[in-house]
Design a binder for this molecule. Sequence first.
Ligand code: CP
Ligand code: NVA
Length: 310
Amino acid sequence: MAYQHFLDLSDAGANVIAAMIADAVDRKAARTGFGKGQPDSDAPLAGKVLALVFEKNSTRTRVSFDIAMRQLGGSVLILDSASSQLGRGETIADTARVLSRMVDGIMMRTDDHAKIEEMARHATVPVINGLTDRSHPCQIAADLLTVIEQGKSLPGLEVAWFGDGNNVLHSILEAAGLMKFNVRVATPTGYEPVVEFVDKARAGGATITMTQDVGEAARDADVLVTDTWISMGQEDADEKRAAMQPYQVNAALMAEAKSDAVFLHCLPAHVGEEVSDEVFEGPQSVVFDEAENRIHAQKSVLLWGFGLLS
Ligand code: CP
Ligand code: NVA
């Protein structure tokens, strides 16, 4: 069976991402009344095992991949770097070759993106990016599904990002170029996204606006999104926190957006920092749909990785 790595959204491309979202909508609907761990009727990954390799903390990614595999009829095993030989310096190349003899796929969460590229280079099973310092494509697959569920369509959608120019924003920009939506990026000086992601989104036809004016970014936006100011592995510096203060998503900012705009956050959230309590708990917040959708979107990512979705 052909397999494919999912290190970034561009590995799949626009047509496959559209097919993944459609498949996720259908599979989610078909599970009405099912227990959370009960397999889908077709159990397409029966007998398959996915290894979840973690070099950073996780709640959603860990649980959603486990439940996604159960729902597809398969199972997972978890390797934390602290308790595996990876944490004692065994190479990624050897780990990739050993895991490829024992399991059918690998999901990896790590720091340096080069490590997951190394894993993919040496693995002979599909490798899925569960977050690196550079990108978080599975999160954005779930975000796109969440936006579609809200009755919005991707082409021409106006997405506004506030705060740190981080891994989650990079994957949003990658999605924008592929799916033809626009992103207004409001970040303080020195915390902009890597320019390559901006250039690529623009080359794909997306309008990307870079600004320090949060009101300009929010005005008539369809989606407002933010993330922690201090990502895993980053220094918790007073200087950075001070620079981020004006970028909080709060009620005043939501009021600038379209009346049916939604608020997204990949979680974990730091309420009172990047988002106010009023917005996080408010009627426009769809953050828990977004969290649940990690399961549904990743099932489609897995099916594509295993060569069962095109
Ligand atoms: N959003 C997300 O990836 O959450 P975890 O860090 O809990 O996996
Ligand atoms: N940007 C955050 C996302 C966590 C899911 C981080 O990398 O820590």
